[in-house]
Design a protein around this ligand. Structure first.
Ligand SMILES: [Zn+2]
Ligand SMILES: [Zn+2]
Length: 346
């Protein structure tokens, strides 16, 4: 039997962006519970940039990308045929569905799972094949380019701001690295539940876009000594939640910015360095320090809802055709772009 073929971007060895090359590979065939999705748009995550450079464990030769929107073009025997033609985003984690984490709705914690593009085929291709339950319908009014951001960075922001930090109306949320791809979406997600958002950025250039994302207050802090300013602007109350996208060189100030019983959510590890904490401060203010990562299935649905209602507007820095993926990687590595780089069209 002749296997159908498809175009895909792969890399033979770790290295600079130009290791990414368009090739032809076998098109995956859906099993009984799977759907075949024709990929319309795929986001480039900074995670992909690290993977390509060999800075994250994994093998060369795979198809990267876990931020995928497209259309179901074929369905396995056990999938309702009516799903063919549906516009979907792909929940990026192929989860077991039966472990205690999956059953409690925390597919992000499933230890018997893998993320698309990290093992097996990802988004830098014409097609992807996934279990039908991983294909989440895109609501009306959300285009494919925007939908590609639903899993990550918007879903990731939903997990951190609404899931882990449990932000509610009137809470003061401090966002560090606010001008980055995560920060700009976290601001909007926090505003969607009527929180008061204070954004910190080290760059004057980013202040405008941070304000445009909806931050109530913007602190431009070149020396990253922002806690006194947070203290002043909150009438010495401090922040109820800190979304820490930077950590290296900011963590101490984030702790000092905390209100009583605040939660500090650790998302960033840019410097990959150890940080010091002042236990006295953590005890005195009853600060909770916690990590956050991938969106859950429900977070992705929430992200799509926020896109559909317009509460969150996707920050898209550039749209490039798939064969120019190496250009996109270089732009991200050089930090030449604010917002997501999305691949669309061949
Ligand atoms: Zn991502
Ligand atoms: Zn599981």
């Amino acid at each position: 039997m002749n296997m159908a073929r498809m175009r895909a971007v792969t890399f033979r060895a770790f290295g600079a962006p130009d290791v990414l090359q368009v090739t032809e590979v076998d098109r995956p065939e859906p099993g009984p519970d799977d759907v075949l999705v024709r990929i319309d748009a795929a986001g480039i995550c900074y995670h992909d940039v690290l993977s390509r450079g060999g800075r994250i464990p994994g093998k060369a030769g795979r198809i990267l990308g876990h931020e995928i929107a497209g259309e179901i073009v074929a369905a396995g025997a056990d999938v309702p045929a009516a799903r063919v033609g549906e516009g979907v985003v792909i929940y990026q984690r192929l989860f077991c569905g039966t472990c205690r984490y999956c059953l409690s709705g925390r597919q992000d914690l499933c230890r018997n799972s893998r993320v698309l593009g990290e093992q097996g085929g990802g988004g830098y291709a014409e097609f992807a094949c996934v279990p039908a339950r991983n294909a989440i319908r895109i609501p009306d009014g959300v285009d494919m380019t925007a939908a590609a951001l639903a899993v990550c960075p918007i879903g990731t922001s939903v997990r951190a701001a609404l899931g882990v930090a449990a932000t509610g109306p009137g809470d003061t949320v401090l966002v560090t690295g606010a001008g980055g791809g995560l920060g700009l979406h976290q601001i909007q997600v926090a505003k969607s539940v009527s929180a008061h958002v204070i954004a910190v950025t080290s760059s004057e250039d980013k202040a405008d876009v941070v304000r445009k994302a909806g931050a109530d207050e913007v602190i431009v802090s070149h020396d990253l000594k922002f806690s006194a300013e947070v203290w002043r602007r909150t009438g010495k109350q401090g922040a109820d939640a800190v979304l820490e996208n930077v950590v290296t060189d900011t963590f101490g100030e984030s702790l000092r910015s905390c209100a009583q019983n605040a939660v500090v959510v650790v998302l960033g590890n840019i410097g990959a360095k150890r940080v010091e904490i002042d236990p006295g401060l953590v005890i005195m203010r009853r600060i909770r320090i916690t990590g956050s990562g991938n969106a859950t299935y429900k977070d992705v649905q929430m992200a799509l809802h926020l896109l559909a209602t317009g509460a969150v507007k996707p920050f898209i820095g550039a749209v490039l055709p798939f064969p120019q993926v190496s250009v996109g990687h270089a732009m991200m590595e050089q930090r030449e772009v604010t917002g997501r780089v999305v691949l669309q069209g061949w």
